[in-house]
Design a protein around this ligand. Structure first.
Ligand code: PMP
Length: 366
């Protein structure tokens, strides 16, 4: 049965990866054990972990002066873990700059308020979250501990297509990005960021694993109140094994990294993702029934929210989609409408099937 799953996350994974995991479920590489049953300190799991770390480093061209941490707690926990690890570099209370572009940056702002002074340097509220505020409008602080962005707003469908330069205005504050929903979907210059973090359950693997990529000099400043398991220094010194890491999630992530490498890495993914996104946005822009409300230069390639101009047709649209095995297209409850998440593992055939259905539905109801 072929279904196309447009869920925002947990989300579609490459079939090849799931088949391999199924084949290895009971006996990993002749060890007689499932990966789930292995000690994280045994040589079998260590080899899985090391390969995953190496492959992710290669895929994202992570420079040597950055550590890759495999953590737990998801991106929302990082909203606390990041300030707990970074504000200690400044006199207290430190100020952190945030760019508010939608639901997930708003959550980051709310959480950080527990640990620092928050300066919302720019907000997309004034354009009803339809565009990223122009960089020259940002009111950054002179001595910010860091500047936080959500580089792809999963709910609102807004993505940065450039890396904002914040050095000059902030006295060299590191840029911190929540990349949960577009990590590995495009090439990224890691050296422009101090910290990159993201939950795995979109482009990487199962929920429960959080990836943190952090520059060396930003490690070792945790506030005394920071839980030990979330202190990047302890996590880094123990190769992500200060506490038991999410072993099965790391294993699946490792298989996804191998799949990405077999398929041309992030450069090839980026080209495919551009083609998929163009196909869908062109269809929406050419429609009288459907619309996407995001400024074209800020549209997400991964998460495409769209609305039926006649909302009374929403249920009929979703029912017809389900009949055609086009699943999980309902928009987030906070914004309504529809949303198609088209991550790396969504083949272009899935987007074609969705576009065919959009056109057919418009012929019937337009
Ligand atoms: N940030 C972004 C951009 C997200 O898309 C999500 C999850 N949808 C989160 C944060 C929250 O992640 P988690 O549930 O893993 O904490």
């Amino acid at each position: 049965m072929t279904v196309y799953n447009f869920s925002a996350g947990p989300a579609v994974l490459p079939k090849e990866v799931l088949r391999q995991a199924a084949a290895e479920m009971l006996d990993w590489h002749g060890s007689g054990m499932s990966v789930m049953e292995m000690s994280h300190r045994g040589k079998e799991f260590i080899s899985i972990y090391e390969a995953a770390e190496r492959d992710l480093r290669e895929l994202l061209a992570v420079p040597d002066n950055y550590r890759i941490l495999f953590m737990q707690g998801g991106a929302l926990a990082e909203n606390a873990i990041v300030p707990l690890n970074l504000v200690g570099r400044k006199a207290q209370p430190a100020t952190v700059d945030f760019i508010d572009t939608g639901s997930w940056s708003a959550k980051s702002i709310k959480e950080a308020q527990k640990y620092c002074k928050v300066n919302v340097a720019a907000s997309a509220a004034s354009n009803r979250y339809s565009a990223i505020p122009a960089r020259d409008s940002w009111q950054l602080s002179k001595d910010a501990a860091y500047v936080h962005i959500c580089s792809n707003e999963t709910i609102d469908g807004i993505e940065y297509h450039y890396v904002p330069d914040v050095d000059a205005d902030t006295g060299g504050a590191p840029l911190v990005a929540d990349m949960s929903s577009h990590i590995l979907s495009r090439a990224v210059d890691v050296s422009k960021y101090g910290v990159i973090y993201g939950g795995a359950q979109k482009n990487i693997g199962p929920a429960g694993l959080t990836i943190v990529i952090v520059r060396d000099d930003l490690i070792g400043h945790a506030l005394p109140a920071c839980p030990s398991a979330f202190d990047w220094k302890l996590v880094a010194e123990n190769n992500s094994m200060y506490n038991t890491p999410p072993t099965y999630g790391i294993y699946i992530a490792g298989l996804v990294f191998q799949w990405l490498k077999r398929n041309g890495g992030v450069a090839a993914m980026e080209l495919a993702n551009i083609a998929k996104a163009d196909l869908l946005y062109d269809c929406l822009d050419g429609s009288r029934l459907f619309e996407n409300r995001i400024a074209p230069e800020c549209r997400s390639r991964m998460n495409v929210p769209f609305f039926l101009r006649d909302e009374s047709l929403n249920d009929a649209f979703l029912a017809g989609a389900k009949e055609r095995d086009l699943l999980q297209l309902k928009g987030h409850k906070s914004v309504g409408g529809m949303r198609a998440s088209i991550y790396n593992a969504m083949p272009i055939e899935g987007v074609r099937a969705l576009v065919d259905y959009l056109k057919e539905f418009e012929r019937q109801h337009g």
